[in-house]
Ligand binder design. Structure first.
Ligand code: GLV
Ligand code: MN
Ligand code: MN
Length: 423
């Protein structure tokens, strides 16, 4: 293995084949405006796993699944050492695009195809993973598949999470397991040598800086809460102020206070109220209940602690309504492995395209994998920083540069005896 050889390896990464696969996958669950609505464990999600499994099998890979319906495509190495793994998720938001998650899985398959075309083997086996329910929009929290892989004991509590139609995650998993039945089961928490996730940036930085590849230094911390405000229904026209227990009034005051405090406290603090459900939802009846969500993110745990403490104190103040807070998700900031970052930097340098280090504002399955094995991520640019939107877009050459860097980094990590010879 030497510098010239890996240079030729990237020639086998095909922009057309990769862009074609991303487009073909986007047909499954296709929505208006060029987007995709393929929420976790729906028939569309299961169909997409079958479609990709067939492509992997045609490349000579073994296909496996685990108890969380994560699916793995394995290319044998010359040894049986723990695999070097890449991958991401293929579930989407209701207003999802074609690239969020799907790109990482398609880039992984393109890496496998490029290695096959080049006729090379690796010492360590290579795998491409599809992680279940990363988005967390159908079943909260997000990244359930990768979290369960790393912490199998979570499967029991995750199983009770329900979607808006009352379907339990455990039931949806059982249906998916039945549909994927012929794919052999492997245990959760298998040992991995390393994990790399390729993903679109979902933000504006790489495009603005004119960079083709982002080597991700880590992921900022994230906390999710559901806030429930309970008041009392009564007549909209006849109930004087002092008799009202208006859940909308109390909830909107809380939301407004939180947004003002977030913007004033730290420009890096990200606060989002993305759900706001009012009951009973009648024009002329005072609302008895509001449930809303809080998504809070920052690179420093201390800033999140301070904001959470402040918000909790507001929920305890005197009010005509009862306010309660339920934690849905909590993950501290995640720094990525120095060894994997070095492999990605070497790969980006070798591609010869402009690159930079970048912190991830979004969470990813890599956040959990980093607790399990040396982990890193690479980003490619997102047009106008747009994501969780049907118009999400990355150009075909950008898809290919990311896949080339991924292929080089995976090849390097899967050939540890050659490490050092490539530079
Ligand atoms: C992942 O989709 C996130 O919300 O960061
Ligand atoms: Mn994603
Ligand atoms: Mn997403």
């Amino acid at each position: 293995m030497n510098f010239d050889f890996t240079g030729r390896l990237t020639d086998h990464v095909s922009q057309e084949r990769l862009a074609g696969l991303v487009s073909a996958l986007a047909e499954i669950g296709k929505s208006d405006g060029g987007g995709v609505n393929r929420q976790a464990l729906t028939p569309q999600d299961v169909a997409a796993r079958k479609f990709l499994s067939q492509i992997a099998a045609d490349l000579g890979c073994e296909v496996y699944r685990d108890a969380a319906a994560n699916v793995f495509f394995r290319r044998r190495g010359t040894t049986d050492a723990p695999p070097v793994v890449t991958g991401s998720h293929i579930d989407t938001q209701p207003t999802g695009g074609r690239f969020d998650g799907a790109y990482g899985v398609c880039a992984g398959l393109e890496m496998l195809a490029a290695l096959s075309d080049a006729g090379v083997t690796t010492e360590l086996p290579l795998e491409v993973a599809i992680w279940t329910n990363e988005e967390g929009c159908r079943f909260a929290p997000g990244s359930m598949g990768s979290a369960t892989f790393v912490h199998p004991e979570l499967l029991t509590s995750f199983g009770e999470s329900t979607d808006s139609a009352g379907v339990r995650f455990a039931e949806a998993l059982a249906d998916a397991a039945a549909a994927l039945g012929e794919i052999p089961l492997v245990p959760l928490k298998r040992t991995f040598s390393a994990f790399i996730e390729a993903h679109i940036e979902q933000g504006p930085v790489l495009e603005r800086e004119g960079k083709k590849i982002g080597v991700v230094s880590g992921i900022q911390g994230v906390r999710w809460f559901r806030v429930s405000v309970r008041g009392r229904t009564s007549h909209a026209g006849t109930t004087p102020i002092e008799f009202r227990k208006d859940a909308v009034l109390v909830a909107t005051e809380l939301v407004q206070q939180a947004y003002v405090a977030a913007y004033e406290s730290d420009t890096d603090l990200r606060l989002t109220v993305g759900r706001f459900d009012v009951s009973p939802g009648a024009t002329n009846t005072i609302a008895s209940e509001v449930n809303f969500t809080i998504d809070l993110r920052h690179p420093c745990e201390g800033v999140l602690d301070d904001f959470e403490a402040k918000f909790r104190s507001w929920t305890r103040r005197q009010s005509p309504c009862t306010i309660s807070l339920q934690e849905l998700m909590r993950h501290k900031p995640t720094p990525f492995s120095g060894r994997v970052r070095a492999a990605l930097i070497g790969a980006a340098e070798q591609c010869g395209e402009p690159w930079q280090e970048i912190l991830s504002g979004a969470f990813h399955d890599s956040m959990y994998l980093a607790e399990h094995c040396p982990t890193g991520m690479l980003f490619i640019p997102s047009k106008d920083g747009l994501s969780h939107h049907p118009g999400e877009f990355s150009a075909s050459d950008e898809l290919a540069w990311g896949a080339k860097a991924l292929t080089l980094a995976m090849y390097r990590l899967a050939n540890p005896l050659l490490d050092g010879a490539a530079n």
